[in-house]
Design a protein around this ligand. Structure first.
Ligand code: ZN
Length: 285
């Protein structure tokens, strides 16, 4: 079993390279991702099919679309569904990583961050010493759209929370907040899978989206019941919301903050990442 870092105070890269292939949720097209050690701080994105292009550092300003997943625009080339991979990188404590991609979408795999955590375990983790202390938020930040909001306030350590409220009785109201360390991320958050509603699935398919969606990579809810039980946690949907929030915040680096999302979305999460980027310089130099 891999031993993960104790907390998020260190700088970590990968011990070696590791690669995985899979299908993109929205395009249904195959894609390949290689993770590699980096000597520079940050998550850097390069293309396996255009290795001469220098890798680009991922930042919130690259977010170009947030419908269903987080899509980045990297100098004119798009990459969709980055959030579960980024959650796994930041969640396990990695701070210096190169991501090399072939395709237009990061593969969905089983819909959770667990296959990415396993890939990181395969590559191993290597300490690069300690990070400069992360700056603290001076004042609370809150963003709202309709009845949804996300709020961040200063805290000693990283705490994430989420609440969801669905009419479908199988989901209903769920709330969870927890202090995060690499170990709690791997045990409590990484295994939670993407979920959707059967009614939406049919609409999205008809619109040409989620061509790669299947019952083995997303939990599908039909009102009173789940089409593909068993769940990994009784509250797997709200845990997945925290996973998505984590992945979107990873674009800016982990804040020393308590962050809570009520009926959050990738739009709200990434807007908060941008606001945090303006408010503090979180990324280690
Ligand atoms: Zn997700």
């Amino acid at each position: 079993m891999t031993s993960w870092p104790d907390d998020y105070s260190g700088a970590w890269t990968l011990g070696g390279r590791a690669e995985i292939e899979g299908i993109g949720l929205h395009s249904g097209a195959p894609a390949r991702v290689r993770l590699a050690p980096a000597s520079r701080a940050g998550f850097w994105l390069g293309w396996l099919d255009a290795p001469d292009l220098p890798p680009q550092r991922l930042e919130p300003r690259l977010v170009c679309e947030t419908t269903l997943c987080t899509t980045l625009d990297l100098a004119g080339r798009r990459l969709a569904t980055v959030e579960h991979l980024l959650a796994a990188l930041a969640g396990t404590g990695l701070t210096h990583v190169e991501i090399w991609v072939e395709g237009a979408e990061v593969p969905l795999l089983d819909g959770s961050a667990l296959p990415w955590v396993n890939l990181i375990a395969e590559a191993g983790m290597r300490s690069l010493g300690s990070l400069p202390e992360r700056p603290r938020l001076g004042r609370p930040l809150t963003l709202q759209t309709g009845s949804s909001f996300v709020t961040a306030m200063s805290a000693e350590e990283l705490h994430l929370g989420a609440a969801i409220d669905f009419d479908q009785p199988a989901i209903g109201r769920q709330v969870l907040a927890l202090a995060l360390t690499p170990r709690t991320f791997v045990a409590e958050i990484a295994p939670a899978r993407t979920f959707g509603l059967l009614s939406q699935v049919e609409q999205l398919r008809a619109a040409g989206l989620i061509q790669g969606g299947a019952l083995d990579n997303a939990l599908v809810c039909d009102g009173e019941r789940w089409l593909n039980p068993p769940l990994r946690f009784a509250d797997e949907p709200v845990r997945h919301k925290i996973l998505d929030l984590f992945g979107d915040l990873a674009l800016v680096g982990l804040p020393r903050a308590q962050v809570f999302a009520y009926r959050g979305s990738h739009r709200l999460h990434t807007d908060l990442a941008s606001a945090l980027d303006v408010e503090l310089s979180l990324l280690p130099a």
